[in-house]
Design a protein around this ligand. Structure first.
Ligand SMILES: Nc1ncnc2c1ncn2[C@@H]1O[C@H](COP(=O)(O)OP(=O)(O)O)[C@@H](O)[C@H]1O
Ligand SMILES: [Mg+2]
Length: 417
């Protein structure tokens, strides 16, 4: 089924543009004169915000959980609309994007490896095969098995327990005593289907060695198998059992040789999971007093968390533009045009409940957005769904940007009852 029409220009089909990176793709498509089509379920499309609905040249309505059927529908759609690039916003659909690109003969990722960018068990296997530094891990099917393997594998304590397929720290927890393992495994295994399409998930859990140290992320855009590193970003997270990302800052503050190493490892991770024409978001931790970035995960997609905005504000590089260029088979524009700084800071509640009141002050050099409104339910601060809002600050230096964002956060009020 086709809904809508639009101006001419090269066409890109995005498999589910809903989500944080969608708005940056829409903006990038506008800049490049690209017609953007979406592949999604009709019911999900019904819930699209107006800015997304009106930005699309058309919609391929299909059931993305039925891969063979969706591939057939999308192939017909691509031919009818002369689509010349396939993109995916949603991590879980990146393997489907690779299959579709191969089927219609467009630039895309390696379909044989693409599942490794979605499933952390396969990811661990390809990282090990490629010799990429990463936490040691084992798979568990239930809590009893977790206790056994924790004793026998020598992964030590603390351990990290996480779902094979999920994001936003959902179901991820750090366990510092073996007695807590059964609960942690239960939390990691509670996701059987992914919202909003109802895609079935691998419910196995991973038990991983804990990597201490600072955390960073880095995108890699790949065109015709050639990796172009994008800027490194410092990541702040909560401490303790649940690691929620609390902010991101660019530039990262790493000395140039170590930042280069992060970019190098991120590019190796992207290539290892089969990214050939697209982008990857890679997260690493660097144990203190070492120069070795360990890859925590990589996804064959644009980053979430407004990282596109943070990186562009700091460096002038549009990751969404580079991604569209890569999927259209063009050379991506990854050259920095400025050396400023930007940071995003998320407003977190102290506990779950009902949001009674929220206020964020306006400070020059910053802008804020609320994710939840008074009356909304605030989830327990265990994953990124509890974020009440965010502030982005841009300035000439990281210190100034952090100071601005800190000032806004300090004067913000989040009341949960
Ligand atoms: N092996 C690990 N060692 C230390 N911290 C980890 C490890 N795995 C995950 N974390 C922490 O948990 C966060 C979420 O885990 P991650 O694997 O990135 O899952 P998600 O796909 O939900 O983002 C990471 O950003 C990191 O802070
Ligand atoms: Mg992550």
């Amino acid at each position: 089924m086709t809904i809508g029409g639009g101006p001419r220009g090269p066409a890109v089909l995005v498999i589910e543009p809903m989500g944080n990176a969608g708005r940056f793709l829409v903006e990038a498509a506008g800049r490049l004169g690209v017609r953007l089509y979406a592949a999604t379920h009709k019911d999900v499309h019904d819930g699209y915000p107006e800015w997304l609905r009106s930005a699309l040249a058309g919609v391929c309505a299909t059931d993305l959980t039925d891969a063979p059927g969706a591939l057939r529908d999308m192939e017909v759609f691509c031919r009818r609309h002369a689509v010349s690039g396939i993109a995916a916003c949603f991590e879980l659909f990146t393997p489907l994007a690779a299959l579709l690109a191969e089927r219609v003969g467009l630039p895309g990722n390696d379909p044989l490896l693409a599942h490794a960018a979605r499933n952390k068990i396969l990811m661990g296997e390809v990282f090990a095969a490629a010799g990429i530094p990463a936490p040691r891990w084992t798979v568990v099917h239930d809590a009893a098995e977790a206790r056994r393997v924790a004793r026998s594998t020598g992964l030590g304590l603390p351990l990290v327990v996480k779902p094979a397929e999920q994001g936003g720290s959902w179901g991820v927890s750090v366990v510092d005593e073996p007695d807590r393992l059964p609960h942690a495994v239960g939390e990691a295994q509670r996701f059987t289907h992914a919202h909003p399409h109802g895609l079935r998930l691998d419910t196995r859990a991973l038990v991983q060695e804990y990597i201490p140290g600072d955390e960073f992320s880095c995108e890699t855009v790949v065109a015709d198998g050639v990796a172009y590193p994008l800027p490194v970003v410092r990541k702040d997270t909560t401490e303790g059992r649940y690691r929620i990302e609390t902010g991101h800052t660019c530039p990262s503050g790493l000395a140039a040789p170590l930042a280069r190493k992060v970019q190098h490892i991120a590019a190796r991770a992207a290539l290892a999971v089969g990214v050939r024409n697209g982008i990857a978001h890679t997260e690493v931790k660097i144990p203190r007093d070492t120069q070795t970035p360990y890859v925590i995960e990589t996804g064959a997609r644009l980053p979430g968390d407004n990282l596109c905005e943070v990186v562009e504000a700091a460096t002038g590089v549009s990751e969404a533009v580079a991604y569209l260029q890569a999927v259209l088979g063009r050379v991506p524009d990854t050259v920095a045009s400025r050396a400023d700084a930007a940071t995003i800071r998320f407003l977190l509640p102290e506990r779950g409940g009902v949001l009674r009141q929220v206020s964020v002050p306006e400070v020059p050099g910053t802008h804020s957005e609320l994710h939840l409104r008074p009356g909304d339910t605030v989830p327990e601060p265990a994953d990124s769904s509890c974020r009440v809002g965010h502030v982005v600050a841009r300035a000439e230096t990281v210190d100034l940007a952090s100071e601005l964002a800190g000032r806004v956060a300090a004067r913000s009020r989040v009341e949960v009852g």
